[in-house]
Ligand binder design. Structure first.
Ligand SMILES: [Zn+2]
Ligand SMILES: [Zn+2]
Ligand SMILES: [Zn+2]
Length: 361
């Protein structure tokens, strides 16, 4: 019986071929130092394996479900975290396995390596897909909150309408009244001293404002009705309310523009900015109301536009048809084009028209 001397076969490092060569004490395969290191690595590999196993089922099940089942950012973030945990565990297992294979020449580590690599590649691919889905959902959520933000304008009362453009600031001697009469001709009367309009049109200008204010009030009542409608409350009545509001706002916009044109109110230095701000605000509200309508009807086209952040384009494109539908009867609060034409002609004309209308009713 003779004692066989055996040297430790462990490599000193990954990238060196130098072996330890210290004497080993059988049955241990390595020297005491390297045996301890070997055991530590084995334990590390097992720990990483256990960690991977706890999330493996979860990751596989969710991957099999398909990523479209995730509808919130929170869900997708959680799924991504779990998949990253899984990949991290596989990474550690691979790393340790590699060290065992290279430095400690373990055959069983080599076998497991290929399978682990395949699983890690799968996890990496899943994480990439989850990140894509996360980005899409993030954009959708941003677009949705922008739409909600836009809709919130409907909870704010309309800015009051005012047109103080009958008096004149500049001290020019005498001017012709700029009013365009019903006959499409310009008024031939001269404006009174310190006035922009002739006496008659100074009166009709003020009266028209009364009419616009009345339209404004109806519109405001309608706005509060629309503001009360919540998401997902689909009903024919709600859709009617929203459409009615849109038409009322549109009527006011048209009336404002007609007013500006008739009395050249935009000609004064401060007027254009004020008028444009008013009209701009009203247009924004029409778009916001279209979003409420889109939510109510829930069409595929609307939701696609919402997801892609094109909801304002969708609203603008569909606004015309709502207004057209409305002018065919839904929002004939002020009797349609004939009555509105009468507004332009002056309060007296309007009163006569209204009286005639009442008689015929
Ligand atoms: Zn050694
Ligand atoms: Zn005016
Ligand atoms: Zn005039």
């Amino acid at each position: 019986m003779h004692l066989q001397l055996q040297s430790c076969p462990a490599r000193l490092s990954d990238d060196s071929a130098t072996l330890c060569q210290l004497q080993v004490t059988p049955p241990l395969p390595y020297c005491a130092h390297h045996y301890r290191e070997y055991c530590t690595l084995q334990e590390k590999a097992r720990a990483a394996g256990r960690e991977g196993d706890t999330v493996k089922e979860l990751v596989n099940r969710r991957a099999a479900d398909g990523l479209d089942t995730y509808t919130t950012l929170r869900e997708i973030e959680t799924a991504k975290e779990v998949a990253e945990l899984y990949r991290g565990a596989l990474d550690r297992q691979l790393e340790v396995g590699n060290e065992l294979r290279v430095r400690f020449v373990c055959a069983n580590a080599t076998e497991a390596q290929d399978e682990l690599e395949a699983r890690r590649d799968g996890a990496t691919e899943l994480i990439r897909k989850l990140a894509d889905r996360e980005r899409v959902l993030g954009m959708e959520e941003k677009a949705r909150s922008a739409a909600i933000e836009l809709r919130s304008i409907l909870s704010v009362p309309h800015k009051p309408f005012s047109c103080e453009q009958s008096a004149i600031v500049s001290a020019s001697p005498e001017r012709q009244c700029p009013t365009i009469k019903l006959t499409s001709e310009r008024c031939t009367l001269m404006a009174s001293a310190g006035q922009r309009l002739c006496m008659m049109h100074a009166v009709t200008h003020a009266s028209i404002s009364v009419i616009v204010r009345a339209m404004w009030k109806t519109m405001e009542v309608s706005r509060t009705d629309v503001a009360r409608i919540g998401n997902g409350q689909d009903s024919v009545d709600n859709a009617k309310t929203v459409k009615g509001y849109i038409c009322k706002v549109n009527d006011v916009v048209e009336e404002l523009q007609r007013h500006q044109k008739t009395y050249s109110c935009r000609g004064e230095p401060t007027a254009p900015a004020i008028h444009d701000a008013l009209v701009g605000d009203l247009r924004k509200r029409m778009v916001a109301a279209m979003l409420v309508l889109g939510e109510l009807k829930g069409s595929q086209e609307y939701h696609l536009a919402l997801r892609q952040g094109h909801v304002e384009v969708w609203a603008s494109e569909n606004l015309a048809s709502v207004i057209k539908e409305g002018s065919a009867g839904l929002c004939a609060v002020f009797g349609g084009p004939v009555t509105i034409g009468a507004f332009v002609g002056g309060a007296a004309l309007w009163a006569r028209h209204a009286a005639g209308k009442n008689k015929s009713v």
